[in-house]
Design a protein around this ligand. Sequence first.
Ligand SMILES: C[S@@+](CC[C@H](N)C(=O)[O-])C[C@H]1O[C@@H](n2cnc3c(N)ncnc32)[C@H](O)[C@@H]1O
Length: 340
Amino acid sequence: MAPQLRVRCAYYAKRYVSCLFYRRCVRRHLEIFAVHQKERFHIPVLLKEVIEYIKLFEGGVYADLTFGEGGHTEELLRGGAKRVDACDRDRATLERYREGGEFRSDPRLTLSHQPFSQWAEVCPPYLYDGILVDLGVSTRQLLTPERGFSFADSGPLDMRMDPDREVSLLEKLEEVTEKGLAKVLEDNTDLFPAVPIARAIKDAVRRRELKTTADLIHVLGGKAGKRHPATVIFLALRMWVNDELGEVEKTFPKLISFLKPGGRLVVLTFHSTEDRKVKQVFKMLAGKCVCPPESRRCDCPRVKLVEEVLKKPLDPSREEMRRNPRSRSAKLRCVARSVL
Ligand SMILES: C[S@@+](CC[C@H](N)C(=O)[O-])C[C@H]1O[C@@H](n2cnc3c(N)ncnc32)[C@H](O)[C@@H]1O
C-alpha cells in the first residue's frame, strides 16, 4: 500500500475507534439517565400549569419548598432559572437526589433538609420571583411500607415525613387522650363525630394491640391491600403527625414577604381540608375577613398583601388524570405579592 494511503487509512481507523468510544460513552450516559428516570416514582403534578403560573423566565430566582423527587425544580432549571433554593423535610429524598439527580451538581440549585416553616425563619438574602409549595407526600413515600403511610402493605405506625425530628404515630397515639384524638380526627377530616373511632383506637393502644398499619386497619374494620373507607383516617393521622395544616398557617404569611412585588406563590393541594386551609390563608392575605360566620367580632388584619391570581383553583386536565391518576384530586392556587 502506498504510504499516503496507509496514513489516510490509519487516520480513518483512529476516527472510527474514537467515534465508537464516544458512542459507547453517550449510550452509557443515557442508560444511567434512564435508570434514574425509571427510579423516579413521583410524577410532578400540574407541571405545565405550575411553570405558567409561577411565571418562569430566564434569570428568575425561585424557591421550591417541597422538593420531593425534584420534578418541578428540574423544570424551573431547564427553563433558565438563575437560582432555585429548595428544601424538603425528608432527608432520604434529598440524599437520593444528591446521588443521582440530573441537576445534582448544578451550582444554581441549593438543597436543604428542613421543614418549610424552619426555612422561613431565616430571611433569605434576596427576594424571589416565585415560590412553589407542592403539599403532602410523594408517591415514593406513600409506596415505601417502612414509612407507615400506606394502606397497601403493612408497616410500622410511623407516618413521619422526617424521621429525624418528629414523634412517630405510635408514640403520639400513646400520649393523646381519647377526647384529644377525636378532635384531631374531626379537625383534619369532615368526619363527625369521631369519638367512637377515637375510642376504638385508644382501646387497642391500651391493650398493646396496635403496632402496625395492618393492626390499625384491623381496628378500623378493613383489610390491608384494599381501598379502605378509613383512608380518610390515615390521612388525618398523617396530617397530625406532621402538623401539616400548622405548617401552612404559620409559614405562608411569611413567604409573601420573601417575594418581589408581583412575585408569585403557587400551591398544590391534594385534599379538601388542606385546600380549605390554603384558601382561607390566601383570603386573609388578600385583606378579606375569614372569621367564622358565628363570630361577633372581626379580628382579621384586613391588610391587602396579595392579589388573587386565580379566583378558583385549577384542576388537572383529563389527559393528566388519565396519565397520572394520583393527580386526580390536585388543585392549584396562586397569589401574587401586591405591588405597592
Ligand atoms: C408532593 S411531594 C413534592 C413532589 C415534587 N414537587 C416533585 O415534583 O417531585 C411533597 C414533598 O414535600 C415534602 N414536604 C411536605 N411537607 C413539608 C414541609 N412542611 N416542609 C418541607 N417539606 C415538606 C415531603 O417530604 C415530600 O417530599
